[in-house]
Ligand binder design. Structure first.
Ligand SMILES: [Zn+2]
Length: 376
């Protein structure tokens, strides 16, 4: 009898400890999603301001609004649609934490699919966070997953039938924000997020919207601007400007049959000039070896160097790899070049964002000089 009671007490104690430790572990989920907005921010909103059905859900996320000293056009920068593509949120954070808008408006969403930042992909060996050293301490940033957390959107359908034209995709793609546009107000979580972004574009009269992504180095579309049909001319001018700076960025037309993606649906469902940017992230690739936070930051993987030497890649992959700073510098310079080509076409709606490091400045001084350290 006594022994049974003792066993009971031990089991209850162990169960209690598991509950406490799990709570502490899951409590860390929010770490790495902090945003330290530049002092020039006008207003911080939430994405649910554009779709009330998102309020109180794990899909709600911060929207930072910067107003210029002079009126002009509106630029939207979206990072983190896919949580395992680090250059997106880091570029968005560089804008959010440094921007001073001289003319027009800037709206930044650093972590678009916030639910995707509460887990990592099973069996990929991805780290849960990575660290960027800054002169005032370390900045910790979350590494998430490509899809919405299944805990937040369950179950997946056997087949995901795409909203616009009934195209059939794998069931898991129901949790892919970049297959969910234009979305629906009270559909599943991913679809609500998509709907809110499209509503934001309409409500805020966004002129230029840029969705930041990365893909594996073996993917054919990389170091490129994917442009909606109406936005091709702006992309061509931006790409020319970038080539004068020594930054080589290609142009890809948004395929009209590829539905649910930002560059297609934002452009088809609103008046915005829609773009998607890609850079090469070996941490997502199938040829990579050891996968850890170091790979996310350094972008250095010997298998990719070999593949490049044998002519198997579409992007240049040198011995030193493709570091995060270079991928972010490409995105940052391309955003500025697109804003500038829009301003040349529409001088009355000029967009001019100051205080953002150029490609050369970022490459010379690193990411840490433009990010705040994580508060202790
Ligand atoms: Zn992506």
């Amino acid at each position: 009898m006594k022994r049974t009671r003792l066993r009971g007490i031990i089991i209850i104690t162990i169960a209690f400890l598991i509950v406490v430790l799990s709570y502490q572990w899951f409590g860390r989920v929010e770490r790495g999603l902090e945003i330290y907005a530049s002092p020039y921010i006008a207003e911080q909103k939430m994405l649910s301001d554009y779709n009330p059905h998102l309020a109180g859900t794990p899909g709600d996320t911060e929207v930072l609004v910067f107003e210029g000293e002079e009126p002009g056009g509106t630029l939207l920068v979206v990072g983190g649609a896919h949580g395992d593509e680090a250059a997106g949120p880091v570029t968005a954070l560089i804008f959010a934490e440094n921007a001073k808008v001289k003319q027009g408006r800037l709206i930044v969403i650093p972590f678009a699919n916030r639910s995707g930042y509460t887990h990592t992909l099973p069996q990929e060996g991805h780290p849960s966070e990575y660290v960027i050293p800054t002169p005032r301490g370390d900045r910790i940033i979350k590494y998430g997953a490509r899809l919405t957390n299944p805990v937040h959107q369950w179950p997946d359908p056997t087949v995901y039938v795409q909203q616009v034209d009934g195209q059939k995709l794998a069931g898991t793609e129901a949790r892919n924000l970049n297959r969910a546009f234009p979305g629906s107000a009270n559909g599943h979580l991913t679809s609500r997020v998509a709907y809110a972004i499209v509503e934001l574009i309409k409500t805020e009269n966004v002129d230029v919207a840029i969705d930041l992504h990365e893909s594996s180095p073996e993917y054919p579309v990389n170091n490129a601007i994917v442009a909606h049909d109406r936005a091709m001319e702006l992309a061509v001018f931006a790409s020319l400007d970038l080539s004068f700076e020594g930054v080589d960025i290609g142009i890809e037309p948004s395929p009209s049959g590829l539905r649910g993606l930002s560059h297609r649906e934002w452009g088809d469902n609103t008046d915005v000039y829609a773009f998607l940017l890609e850079s090469a992230n070996p941490a997502q690739g199938r040829l990579r070896g050891k996968t850890n936070a170091e790979l996310v930051i350094s972008g250095r993987d010997p298998m990719y160097v070999k593949s490049y030497e044998r002519g198997r890649l579409y992007v240049r992959y040198p011995e030193h790899g493709v570091p995060l700073v270079e991928r972010v510098a490409r995105h940052t310079a391309t955003i500025q070049a697109l804003a500038s080509s829009f301003s040349e076409f529409y001088p009355e709606r000029r967009i001019f964002v100051e205080n953002i490091p150029s490609y050369t400045e970022l490459m010379a001084s690193g990411l840490g000089n433009y990010l705040a350290p994580t508060a202790k």
